[in-house]
Ligand binder design. Sequence first.
Ligand code: FES
Length: 290
Amino acid sequence: MTDLNPNDNYTTAATRPGDTDPHPDKPVGEYLTDVVSNDWVNDEYKLLILHVPDKALTAYAGQFFHLLCPSPDGAEVWMRRPMSVYKVDKPNAQLEFLYKCEGRGTQGMAMLDTGDTFNVSGPLGIGFKLDPAWKKIVVLGRGVGLATLAPLSQLAAEHGVGVTAILSARRKDLVMSEDLFQALGADTITVIDEDDSSAVENVEAILNGLIDAGKADAFFTCGSSRLLNLMQRLGKERDVPGQVAMEQIMVCGFGACYVCMRTFEVNGEKILRRVCREGPVFNMQEAVGW
Ligand code: FES
């Protein structure tokens, strides 16, 4: 008789690094990955590095994995947590996730230790795309949105595209990803709340300066409705196309449950789209802020 224990099914369905891929034709898989490290980068965020099977390394900027987080307190964790990829390290067969420890899922993740096994599925969703006509792009992110935008620097470097990254945070010590952007040749500008440099008027002046200097063929953003609104308005006024990575609560992560629906405005008409399946990256001008 078939064993219907879902935990047993997980164990037999998921592959470990080095296993034979049971479904080589399918782009998405479920993996039992090995935790390489899980360290604090400041007092709010941790960086998780996983050793993963080769197929997981096909993830690109803006895509996400659905993570089966351990319970932080012994009670059930009912759903997987979606999390965008921070870095794909192909030579070392590693994936990195930068996350803020706030909900039960991420608090459980924070307990993972070197050598632990962590179940992830992906890569999921549609990520960022670079138009070959774009030679210089501007990336504007805030808080944990910076983790989603960081792999754009990798994608841009691979395509010979110049990047200016505007990194916004509450405090200087919470500005993340600056090293990653700079290591891949991006110019970085930091704006923070403490000295009011993150105010919309100041960021707008920076963006206008970049457009005037020919450094803004396209805009990219994540992590702030206020900054999305700003980029949408400037993009319309100055004819700069753009993309936004949306954050949303998810259940299935692959298009089946419709929990992640958001409203978009396309040609003056309001429509609904699934963030997990049609996104999470969308045309900036079609997104409706939250
Ligand atoms: Fe189920 Fe998007 S999370 S459809």
